[in-house]
Design a protein. Structure first.
Length: 371
């Protein structure tokens, strides 16, 4: 069976056309069953006892996250989302609060940075928003910020950032690098052992909503001072355990860890290669649709495609009508997603490995009505 057939066979039959994995992928039967089974176990033996029984399952998930990020399983904690992970990290940063990031940084991330009192400066990019690594190396060397934050793949544009080269530059300069892998995890190679990396379950790994992860290297962990409990109380506890403190949906974590196992069984390199192929197929097909322009280069190795209307079409209305009239699920991305890069809203088409040529034809035909 092809990867596409295996992926499709593992999950409930789709209703309509789902080309929205950058928002939330479709979970598999095994992932859904794992969450259900855990809820049953909670009812049978009690929520806290069931959580203890699930500890090994959760450790297995941490081990996969470690493998996919280049850090160690002991460096990984579960969070409720990517944004939550960034907030936990930045609110604990004990150093100077300056940071460099891409001008196309995710709007909600910029809000978390601002809420934590970070002064943010932009890294140099080319015309499409791709990091200019040489110019960045010079700028960072001339005036190093306390942290570099790199969103490896954005929500509003399917450009694969050169995170490997950028991480090397930061390492040479001794500036800790934090990677937002919300879109890159399970999609691009993220095994770079950065100082910190965070992501989510529901996007390309196809786990449940409401769970994410944060991985922090031991060196960076030493420079954190979690806000809760107040550090001056002097309560001794490992820093990462303080960041993970709190009530959580254990069933979702269990299901995420099953999705991680499934992902590894499908083959990370195989999935990455197919997602690159899917992105090129999508862009080639949508580039033929009158009235729309594809933003990314056709062969960009990601499965995120964004298109902007050339006539008067309103992407928000188009997104709603595609769902209501064609059962086609896409994302409308307005400028708040990347307030310092997007100048107009776009429509995002982000299929997973199982998309068919016939489905892409359906999307293209439906879009052609909006010139
Ligand atoms: C989705 C996304 C986030 C936020 O993830 P949540 O799990 O919704 O908090 C952060 N960064 C990027 C690039 C994203 O696409």
């Amino acid at each position: 069976m092809s990867l596409a057939d295996e992926w499709r066979a593992a999950r409930p039959k789709v209703s309509g056309v789902h080309v929205d994995s950058a928002a939330c992928s479709r979970q598999s039967h095994a992932v859904i069953d794992a969450a259900t089974r855990h809820a049953h176990h909670e009812a049978e033996v009690g929520g806290y006892v069931a959580a203890e029984a699930a500890a090994e399952r959760l450790d297995a998930g941490r081990a996969v996250i470690a493998e996919l990020t280049g850090l160690a399983a002991a460096d990984v904690i579960y969070t409720t989302s990517a944004s939550d992970a960034l907030d936990r990290l930045l609110s604990s940063w004990a150093g100077e609060r300056t940071l460099a990031c891409l001008p196309g940084e995710f709007g909600p991330n910029l809000a978390v940075m601002a809420a934590n009192g970070f002064e943010v400066r932009p890294l140099p990019v080319d015309g499409i928003g791709r990091l200019d690594v040489d110019a960045a190396a010079r700028a960072l060397a001339a005036d190093p910020p306390a942290l570099v934050h790199l969103t490896a793949l954005a929500s509003h544009r399917g450009i694969a950032q050169p995170i490997g080269a950028a991480t090397d530059v930061c390492r040479d300069l001794g500036v800790p690098v934090v990677i937002d892998a919300a879109q890159a995890f399970g999609h691009l190679d993220c095994a770079l052992a950065p100082d910190a990396v965070y992501g989510t379950s529901r996007k390309w790994i196809a786990g449940p909503r409401g769970v994410g992860f944060l991985a922090v290297s031991p060196a960076l962990t030493q420079r954190l001072r979690p806000r809760i409990p107040p550090p001056e109380w002097g309560l001794e506890a490992p820093v990462l355990s303080l960041l993970e403190l709190g009530e959580t949906n254990v069933a979702a974590r269990v299901a995420f860890s099953v999705a991680l196992d499934e992902y590894v069984a499908f083959g990370p390199a195989r999935i990455r290669a197919r997602l690159a192929e899917v992105g090129a197929l999508t862009r080639r097909r949508l580039a033929e649709v009158p009235g729309w322009r594809v933003i990314e280069p056709i062969d960009e190795p990601t499965a995120i495609t964004t298109i902007e209307p050339l006539g008067g079409a309103d992407p928000q209305r188009v997104r709603a009508e595609l769902i209501a009239e064609h059962g086609i699920v896409t994302t409308f991305a307005d400028v708040r997603r990347a307030p310092f890069e997007l100048t107009a809203p776009v429509l995002r088409i982000s299929p997973h490995v199982d998309v068919t040529a016939a489905e892409l034809d359906q999307v293209a035909d439906a879009l052609a009505r909006y010139r």
